[in-house]
Design a protein around this ligand. Structure first.
Ligand code: AMP
Length: 171
């Protein structure tokens, strides 16, 4: 994981003043680093029954889809409003200023499926918590959450109310 950590860049004041953006694109550009992220998730998930990976737009698609292939399970995208073409479930959630929404196709999951929710980064946990609500609305169970990075000082983990929150690197 040291090689992965060395590739994560801090971009100050992006997308807004005061935010330090953790840029994982150099990890994606390095075949060994990208593979070691997927290897690490796979080994941490050994013994967990996972039937589907749900990835959060947009960087959760990249890691989530690669991991779903590795685990031999299907992939489901959770998207920003207006992007999915068929019938959707929507959840609105609070941001520091205002609200945001996420959508998933209504027929994406079967009840009784155990789902892994994947994103690149856990900050306050609002995005992942909203995604978990979409998953549960379809009767599926959240087996675990997987993040490449966790900003531990924001305490998003506590908000997720799950004993299976996997993060590969904590800042
Ligand atoms: P949160 O809902 O606060 O946990 O925010 C998580 C979502 O926002 C994820 O989709 C992240 O990709 C993105 N995000 C939040 N903070 C950062 C950051 N400092 N650097 C990169 N992405 C971030």
């Amino acid at each position: 994981m040291d090689h992965v950590i060395s590739l994560i860049r801090d971009i100050p004041d992006f997308p807004k003043p005061g935010i330090v953006f953790k840029d994982i694109t150099p990890v994606l550009g390095d075949a060994n680093a990208f593979a070691s992220v997927i290897d690490a998730f796979q080994s941490k998930l050994e013994g967990d029954a996972v039937h589907r990976v749900v990835g959060i737009e947009a960087r959760g698609f990249i890691f989530g889809a690669a991991l779903a292939q590795r685990l031999g399970v299907g992939f489901v995208p959770v998207r920003k409003p207006g992007k999915l073409p068929s019938n959707i479930d929507r959840i609105t959630y609070d941001l520091e200023y205002g609200t945001d929404a996420l959508e998933m196709h209504k027929d994406a999951l079967n009840s009784s499926e155990r789902v892994l929710i994947v994103d690149d980064l856990l900050a306050t946990g609002g995005t992942a918590e909203a995604t978990a609500s979409l998953v549960r609305k379809q009767g599926a169970e959240v087996a675990a959450f997987g993040f490449v990075l966790e900003l531990g000082f924001l305490r998003g983990r506590a908000r997720l109310n799950s004993d299976r929150v996997i993060s590969l690197v904590t800042f």
